[in-house]
Design a protein around this ligand. Structure first.
Ligand code: GLU
Length: 480
């Protein structure tokens, strides 16, 4: 039995897409599970749209997610001589033909086909050119492409690992351009030539390529090669079930990284979309991307992939990211924040940073939530009178509550911690005759500048007595 070999083959024509990571994860798990290998191939045959920045970003993003490929990545633009040889072979065997049709003629043909409600397909005009006519045009330097010869009758039948038997009538399959007039191959030719050359045993890719499969299978047949197993994964969806799109959901891996998603959280989330068995118990069981990939590989099977469009639900990803943040020790969390680029304001002493991190850690979903959440430790946000218009507590009661807090916190026996502060403030609330829940909003606002933040008593402990009393007085002044 030949060893399993899989690949991911992104085109570097834009930001690295979460769909690429999803496909890469399936391919990596499949290869690992069977002791095989997984390669990365950059499909940069589109000279206009491919960029080196995009290629770099794809490599970096996959590595960030722990989706490591074996060996060096392949780059198709460095392999054009291989494709040329193969096109020549097809031209000789009759599997392909030169087409000299002008863009205008092709456009007229398409318009006529549309009007006749026929599927768009090259009409085969150049198939009838004689050797002489072809040579004549070539000598005259007429621009041309090379097209795949497609049967006009019968159908192409193949088995998809996930979808079973699939059939396409040949008359609906276009005579695909294999080599463009600039001498560069199209995706179809380069893809098949490379999958064969690289010994790929399983082509696992997005559903959008199903209709290309007949063209690819025809190429395998013309070359006399065994075709790999084909497996078309369901497309990622927006929550409204439409195809995942930038407009409704960010699709760039860079975006998630910049927004403070952890690599393991995004990876885990993609794993959940592949197989629901990759549930949240993995948060504790598999720490870090390597351990996660190992755990997901252990339970991986292509048959587990459900065909119902996996929904890229941001709310769920946010929740999962929060879970992964909480699974870290405070030390790890501090490191993660630092690596993410968070820098503590000078005014926050070293001795308080760990405590602040510890109380903020359970309250954030993304690393970007951290800075705004804890900014009040450094600087009290500006408040105005109207900020203190709170439910269930009237303006005079607000003032009473603040005064009571001030009075009860002034005399201390030297202790100043969350427990002590909590007791005192609860007593102060009782004095005002209000429920603590309602009074707490006032204190939150006066101390943190926001009606909800990190736990109040911890915040007060961290701020210290002087600063806390200063903020209470400030609030009273605002209310004058
Ligand atoms: N270059 C194609 C893409 O960007 C690869 C499709 C395939 O895996 O065959 O998705």
């Amino acid at each position: 039995m030949t060893a399993v070999k899989t690949r991911v083959a992104p085109s570097p024509t834009g930001d690295p897409h979460v769909g690429t990571a999803y496909v890469a994860l399936v391919n990596l798990c499949l290869a690992k599970k069977s002791g095989g290998s997984f390669v990365l191939r950059i499909e940069d045959t589109d000279r206009v749209r491919s960029t080196i920045e995009s290629e770099r970003a794809i490599l970096k993003s996959l590595q960030w997610l722990g989706l490591q490929w074996d060996g060096d990545p392949f780059r198709q633009s460095e392999r054009t001589h291989i494709y040329e040889t193969h096109v020549d072979q097809l031209l000789k065997s009759g599997g392909a033909f030169r087409c000299f049709c002008s863009a205008e003629r092709l456009e007229e043909m398409r318009v006529a086909q549309r009007a006749a409600k026929m599927p768009p397909r090259y009409d085969g005009l150049c198939l009838s050119l004689t050797e002489d006519e072809i040579r004549h045009r070539m000598d005259a330097g007429v621009a041309h492409v090379v097209r795949l010869r497609v049967p006009s009758e019968g159908s192409c039948v193949f088995d998809d690992v996930l979808r079973g038997r699939i059939e396409f009538e040949w008359k609906t399959v276009d005579m695909q351009v294999l080599m463009k007039s600039d001498g560069f191959p199209t995706y179809h030719l380069a893809n098949v030539v490379d999958d064969h050359a690289m010994g790929i045993t399983h082509v696992v890719r997005g559903e959008e390529w199903i209709s290309s499969a007949p063209k690819h299978l025809l190429l395998y047949q013309y070359f006399g090669w065994d075709a790999p197993q084909l497996c078309h994964l369901p497309l990622l969806r927006n929550p409204d079930k439409s195809k995942l799109s930038k407009r409704k959901n960010p699709t760039s891996i860079l975006y998630y990284r910049e927004q403070g998603y952890l690599a393991e959280a995004l990876l885990h989330f993609l794993g959940m979309l592949i197989d629901t068995r990759n549930d949240d118990t993995l948060v504790e069981k598999a720490r870090g991307t390597d351990a996660l990939i190992e755990a997901m590989t252990a339970r991986f099977a292509l048959e587990h992939i459900s065909l119902g469009g996996p929904v890229f639900d941001l709310a769920k990803l946010n929740w999962l990211n929060g879970q992964h943040i909480r699974a870290k020790s405070v030390d790890e969390f501090l490191h993660v924040l630092h690596d993410f680029g968070y820098r503590w304001p000078e005014s926050v002493p070293q001795s308080r940073r760990e405590h602040i991190a510890r109380v903020a850690q359970p309250r954030i979903e993304k690393l970007t939530d951290f800075a705004p959440l804890v900014a009040f430790f450094d600087e009290m946000p500006d408040l105005s009178k109207s900020d203190f218009d709170l439910p269930k507590i009237s303006p005079p009661e607000v003032r009473d509550a603040l005064q009571a807090a001030e009075e009860t916190l002034v005399p201390t026996d030297g202790t100043w911690d969350a427990a002590f502060v909590g007791e005192r403030l609860k007593a102060a609330a009782t004095q005002t005759g209000k429920k603590f829940k309602d009074v707490a909003r006032v204190y939150y606002l006066a101390i943190t500048g926001s009606p909800a933040s990190v736990p109040l008593f911890d915040a007060i402990e961290i701020l210290g007595k002087t600063e806390t009393l200063r903020r209470l007085r400030l609030a009273l002044e605002i209310l004058q």
